[in-house]
Design a protein around this ligand. Structure first.
Ligand code: GRG
Length: 345
């Protein structure tokens, strides 16, 4: 594994450094970009290997799965799994070569979980883009799965990726950890979380439940948080839990990771809403402005852009604070939280 890049002091994840100057922000952007690049170099060959064609898998289905999973995503979820495992693996005060060894072992232990969550994420994007849901043509800068193939193949591709995620966990982790890991991932992906959040979001959009626009503002914010903590946040939280489980983290560390995961998930969603309102299709790699076109509730539409921005930054600060007790091994997690609310893609 390559040597960890030197980190500029300004890029270290402390709560106070959230009030950063433009040059600090540029440093942070550069360091996070390098760290995510390391994650991609580690995880993408493993995603590819997980999809090696087998004689029993129909070729068109296999091709659609490769299209969906290997498309150029940021790989935030694998990063969260690997970095949370690394954050819990060492004592935090070892010599550099010792720390690098602990990190390499943590990443190896957590790799099957990192692959599995990316499969669930890719499946949810394929299904979310379907004509029956968001009906999108562009994802990760490429035609969506049903556009590149056809609708039936895209449905089957999502189904197959979801099943393969659990197979990957069950095969790749030691038995006791695998059982717990499957439970964590199943709950995050299931009717109470990812799928349930999506179902409630659709129900509101299509008028199957009472219109959240009619609620008073504080209830609209609570409603948005309930949707997003399930639709987007639950999978982020599962990443943190799975990373910790992969290295047998104790309850204290798991609790720190869980707090980080909740704050991070909401900060991510607020930033995603801001990007939908202000970002460009070229930078984001998907259609933007669609939430307001559909009159969907978003954080900027309920509390305004400025308040959304400051809420995102405050949540990122709380995420950084939550893992401060894990010390230097949690620096990548801290930086990611700070970056997530500043990004343009
Ligand atoms: C259809 C079962 C089902 C669930 C859909 C995840 C989801 C629930 C919907 C995705 C819709 C969406 C675009 C939500 C915004 C947040 C989100 C999950 C964005 C994509 O995540 P990134 O930014 O994307 O990490 P990349 O492509 O970089 O992985």
């Amino acid at each position: 594994m390559e040597v960890r890049p030197e980190r500029p002091a300004a890029a270290r994840g402390t709560a106070s450094s959230l009030t950063a100057s433009p040059s600090d922000t540029a440093d942070l952007e550069a360091v996070v970009a390098r760290s995510l690049e390391r994650v991609r170099s580690f995880i993408e060959p493993r995603l590819d290997a997980a999809l090696r064609p087998t004689p029993a898998t129909p070729p068109r289905l296999a091709e659609a799965m490769r299209h969906a999973l290997l498309a150029p995503g940021k790989r935030l979820r694998p990063a969260l799994v690997l970095w949370s495992a690394a954050a819990c693996a060492g004592g935090g005060d070892e010599a550099d070569d010792c720390a690098a060894g602990a990190e390499a072992e943590a990443w190896a232990a957590a790799a099957p979980a990192a692959v599995a969550v990316e499969m669930i994420h890719a499946y949810s994007l394929v299904h979310d883009d379907l004509p029956a849901m968001d009906d999108d043509d562009l994802r990760r800068g490429q035609p969506t799965c049903h556009r590149a193939f056809d609708e039936a193949t895209a449905i089957l591709c999502g189904d197959a990726l979801q099943a393969l995620a659990f197979e990957t966990l069950a095969r790749g982790l030691p038995a006791a950890v695998a059982a717990r890991g499957c439970l964590v991932l199943a709950r995050a992906a299931g009717p109470e979380a990812l799928v349930g959040g999506q179902a409630d979001d659709l129900a509101a959009e299509r008028g199957w439940i009472s219109d959240p626009h009619a609620m008073p503002p504080h209830e609209r914010v609570a409603w948005l948080e309930r949707i997003h903590s399930r639709k987007t946040g639950a999978l982020f939280l599962a990443c943190l839990e799975l990373g910790g489980l992969a290295v047998a983290a104790d309850q204290r560390r798991l609790a720190m990771l869980a707090t980080y995961g909740r704050r991070f998930g909401l900060a991510f969603q607020i930033a995603d809403d801001i990007l939908d309102a202000e970002g460009t299709e070229a930078a984001v790699g998907k259609r933007v402005g669609k939430d307001s076109e559909r009159g969907k509730l978003t954080f900027p539409s309920v509390i305004g852009l400025e308040e959304s921005r400051s809420r995102g930054v405050a949540l990122a600060g709380e995420a950084v604070e939550a893992v401060a007790g894990l010390g230097e091994p949690a620096a990548d997690l801290a930086r990611l939280a700070r970056w997530i609310v500043l990004r343009n893609h």
